[in-house]
Structure formats: structure tokens, C-alpha cells
Design a protein around this ligand. Sequence first.
Ligand code: NCD
Length: 323
Amino acid sequence: MTQDFSQLDGRGRLRHLITLDGLDPGLIRELLDRAQAYLCLPGQLPPRGGDLRGWTVANLFAEPSTRTRASFELAALRLGADAVNLDVMLSSRAKGESIIDTIYTLQAMQVDVFVIRDAQPGIIEYVARHVDGHVSVISGGEAHISHPTQGLLDALTIQQYKGGFRDLVVTIAGDIRHSRVARSAHCALTALGVAELRLVAPAELMPDADEFAGAARIQSFDEGLAGADVIMMLRIQKERISGGAPSDTEGYHALYGLTAARLARARPQAIVMHPGPMNRGIEITSEVADGPQSVIRQQVANGVAIRMAVLAHVADARRRRAP
Ligand code: NCD
């Protein structure tokens, strides 16, 4: 974030959510607790609260999305808000309207919260600087840089299965260089005091040396898995790699694919995570993705709860700011 911009209001509450970088661990824990309270057992009716009654949430996604967009929409609806989804790739922006004109147009329709996914670094903060004082902007994923609600839902999932962070070894494996999921996981897990964070990737998919402070970098997957409590798998982000992704997917799978045999190197109770979309047979086999150690579907369930928690938090903060 640029120096004179803050996503917090004067009381230290979130007005916007653009990054987890620098966020107070107490605030992160508060969001996880709030999300936990929104969860219910599969088959039970999801909670419906009135926390956002009368509000309008607009999803503006300029990159493909299944989970994130659907879960922001469901989160808004379950809190009693109206929700509108704009496929920015098909909207006026494709006809040359600037994003700010699109924002002003929707603001004139009484939108209170914009959820934005964009491939251009800095655009989400730029929008946050231009919206009216009562309006909030929440990132649904910014380029390779940040995906704050994913970082929160990943932290919530780990907390549910492991009870905390202090003694944990977390291994993130795959295309870390181009992954906003990995960057936000790093922010969240570091803030929550994880014992050890390992990054496993081939050299060309490893982030630059000045990123991911405190994390160990390991090229051998087997070494990175030894004693791990949590394994987070990432797909290769082809769309962010100029010149294209490695074409030898079989070779990649042989070295960096998570198979059942490989998973046996981690702790027996280790959990396997993946933000989706998965490329089965490349970074993960179906046996592992659908196996007993996989918590991938719980991540999806937690995604709705986390997005409810973030929306309810910004709504509370706005009510407290109101004169
Ligand atoms: C991720 C994303 O879009 O960054 N997916 C998601 O939000 N669940 C990861 C990815 O696209 O690989």
C-alpha cells in the first residue's frame, strides 16, 4: 500500500480490506472468530443475519473466478444485503470505460461495498481512494500480490484442524512466485505466529529473495514435506507467466505433484489444502484431493463464513463512524 493510504479507519477498524500485510493479529483473530460463529454443519440451514439489510454489494471481477465470487455473493445475501455481479470483462470496461467511471455509475445506484478482482497491481487501492466516504472496497484478488480473504479462510481452516499455529510446520508448494494466495497466507500465518513456513518450488517458480521474510526455501518436495503439519498446494498460474507455463507437465508432476506416496512423508495427521481451481494429475492427484487428509471442501465452506465476517465487520465499522 502507498504511504499515505490506510485501509483502516480512525478507530483501527477496517474500512477497506486490500491486504493482510501489517494487519494487527488481534484483528485477524477477531475476523476468524466471527467467521467461526457463522459456520454450521453441512445439511443445516445457513445462518441468515440482518447485519447488512439495506446494503448493496457489487462484485466486479475482471479475472475468472468460481469460488471467490460465488462466496462473496452468498455471504452478502446471507447477511440480508442485495448483491450484484458484474462481469467486468463483458461490461463497459471492455468498451473503454475506465474503472472509475464504472465505480461512479454503480455508486450512483447506491452500492455500499465493492468487491474487486483485477490483474492490474494497485487498482484496488486506487478505487478505494476514489469512492465516497461511506463506501468500502474489498479485494477479491489483486494480480499476484494479494488475496486477503483467501489468506483468512486458509488461517481459519488451519485453526479448525490444528487448534493453533505456534507449533506448526506449514509447507506451501507449487507456483509460489505468481501466487497471491501464497503471499496472503504468508502474511496471515506470520501474524498468527506459525512456527515454521516452508516454500517448495522449482527455482523458476520461487519468489524473489526479498519476499516472504522468515520462510525457508526448499527445492526438494520430499525434503519440504518431512514433518509437515499442513501442506498447501498451488496450481501453476499460466496466465501470469510470460512465455507460458512449463510444457512438461509430466516432469513437473514427477517432482512437485502431491501423490499419496509422497504425502506419507508428512506428519500422519497432516492436512492437505488447495485454494482451487485444481489441476488434478499435475500438482495433486485425485487420490489425495479426495482423500481423508484433504480439507479442500472445508476451505470452500470457510470462504463463505470469512466473507460474511469481513462484510459484517466493515458494516459495523461504518455504523460506529456514523455521526
Ligand atoms: C486462487 C486465485 O484466484 O488466486 N483461487 C481462488 O481464489 N480460490 C488461486 C488460483 O487461481 O490458482
